[in-house]
Design a protein around this ligand. Structure first.
Ligand code: BES
Ligand code: MN
Ligand code: ZN
Length: 497
């Protein structure tokens, strides 16, 4: 989907013009479409309830061939999520009609008091995310043509119109990055190996971004015993990659770490067969980090003067059951010297993240660390698929992330992480165990509690995205499979630094 903002007059022509219509507000698409809209309204068939659609074919000599409406519902109930969904519905109408390009127009009154930049952003995101479909490899592959959408807003001051346009540009960049993440995430494990993830990362290098990909020899040199322990079960070699975005004015560094398990069988503590294919999604933390850098590579910060370098770290491996796989009870040593009793080889995410956190601290001394991981099934039990869990050792950082999630409409819910939880992670056979005892419960917090030992005093937050990464309800701009979750949240967070 290619999105551009245009003046209202330019958006009044073509095969299809879709107008976003709020309940109780006269739809305004500029003077050129006034009579066509009046005629449509005259039929009594224009629908304005949220997500409702209506389509009117136009007389032969009219400016546009079809005039469509997508309902926004009541202005008082309008928010960015509804706007994003309505834009996605407009995209679906265009796809249904079969046009290659269309226009989307909205009048200022229909947007109510929504922030203009946020509105532009939500519309662009809805369009581009709604257009996304994973292209499965097939014998007869039909490549869908990329659609073009011209977006116009009517009745705003010049200043507000510029805000809307800037929002639309940033939204298009954020959505393209989310689509990039979704595409990596949806690929099955044999088509998205740790090495493939490395290649995807390399493609993001250039400009302010430097990318380095490290192999197991480098990991052995750094003594990443926890990560390498997981990798032992697979013949696919692990990869560790660092993406470094240099800020124009640098006051320090923030690190964003992604769990990149391109497949998680559970290892010797093997998972049940049912739905095991879903463990392709165990690299969605990595997907979020790579998506973030896709956005940074494409100017997602606009003219925002970021004061911190952003270092993205992706720890990628498979968790398999090869003859050399680590066994329950094995003790490994992480990069910072902590010894870990691997009581359950399926709690592998925290092992690879532990070494990634050590690496971040050793080589970047970051001001803040955020990790993202499909870490626990327990977070799905606790919070479901529409909210991700967040925990950490720094309330300010957690608050900033929760606010960013709210702005992105990717909600986060904080879970406690207290000394009693940290206590649960101690082992009789090593410093730490990688699981707590079943009697404790709090499975997601246990994952965070384990990681907190490696974060130490560095402000750190952990996002458990096992629920939100895939499997949420369909919502127009998300249909099924990978959600590309947290890319937009991370962008909002960076802008808040
Ligand atoms: N990748 C899984 C977590 C997961 C589960 C992600 C369901 C998405 C959907 C993780 O590596 C895992 O297996 N965690 C274990 C931890 C347990 C052994 C303490 C789990 O949740 O069962
Ligand atoms: Mn696992
Ligand atoms: Zn896993």
């Amino acid at each position: 989907m290619k999105i551009r903002t245009v003046p209202a007059a330019a958006a009044s022509r073509g095969d299809l013009v879709v107008v976003l219509a709020a309940d109780g507000v006269d739809p305004d698409a500029g003077s050129k479409l006034q009579s066509a809209i009046a005629a449509a309204k005259g039929t009594g068939d224009v629908k304005a309830s949220f997500r409702a659609t209506s389509l009117f074919h136009q007389p032969a000599k009219a400016r546009c061939r079809r005039l469509g409406f997508v309902g926004l519902g009541k202005v008082a109930a309008l928010d960015t999520e509804r706007l994003r969904r309505a834009a996605a519905v407009a995209q679906a109408v265009a796809a249904q009609v079969g046009v290659e390009s269309f226009s989307l127009v909205v009048g200022a009154a229909s947007l109510g008091s929504l922030d203009r930049e946020a509105a532009g952003r939500a519309i662009a995101e809805g369009l581009a995310l709604g257009a996304y479909a994973y292209e499965a490899p097939r014998k007869d592959r039909k490549r869908p043509k990329a659609m073009v959408c011209s977006v116009a807003v009517v009745g705003l001051s010049k200043k507000d119109e510029r805000s809307f346009q800037r929002g639309a540009e940033l939204g298009a960049i954020a959505a393209a990055a989310t689509v990039f993440a979704r595409d990596l995430e949806n690929r099955p494990a044999n088509l998205c190996t740790p090495t493939d993830l490395g290649k995807a990362a390399r493609g993001l290098a250039g400009g302010r971004i430097r990318v380095r990909v490290f192999d197991d020899r480098a990991m052995a040199k750094w003594r990443m015993g926890a990560l390498l322990g997981v990798a032992r079960g697979s013949t696919e070699p692990p990869r560790f990659r660092e993406l470094h975005y240099r800020a124009p004015r640098r006051k320090g560094t923030v690190c964003v770490i992604g769990k990149g398990l391109t497949f998680d069988t559970g290892g010797i503590s093997i998972k049940p067969a049912a739905k095991m294919d879903e463990m392709r999604y165990d690299m969605c933390g990595a997907g979020a980090v790579l998506g973030l850098f896709h956005a940074l590579a494409n100017g997602a910060l606009g003219d925002h003067p970021l004061q911190y370098d952003v270092v993205g770290l992706v720890a990628a491996t498979e968790n398999c059951v090869g003859p050399d796989a680590q066994k329950p009870g094995d003790v490994v040593t992480a990069m910072d010297g902590h010894t870990i009793e691997v009581l359950n080889t399926d709690a592998e995410g925290r092992l690879v993240l532990a070494d990634a956190i050590c690496y971040a601290k050793k080589f970047h001394a970051p001001k803040q660390i955020v990790d993202l991981a499909t870490l626990t099934g327990a977070v799905v039990t606790a919070l479901g698929h529409e909210v991700a869990g967040v925990m950490g050792n720094d309330q300010k950082l957690i608050d900033a992330l929760v606010a960013a999630g709210k702005a992105a409409d990717e909600p986060l819910w904080q879970l406690p992480l207290w000394e009693v939880h940290k206590e649960q992670m101690k082992s009789k056979f090593a410093d730490l165990a990688n699981i707590n005892g079943g009697q404790h419960g709090n499975g997601s917090i246990a994952g965070g509690a384990f990681l907190s030992y490696f974060a130490g005093d560095t402000p750190w937050a952990h996002l458990d995205i096992a629920g939100t990464a895939y499997g949420g309800i369909a919502k127009d701009y998300y249909k099924h499979g990978a959600a590309g979750t947290a890319v937009r949240t991370l962008l909002h967070w960076l802008r808040s630094l």
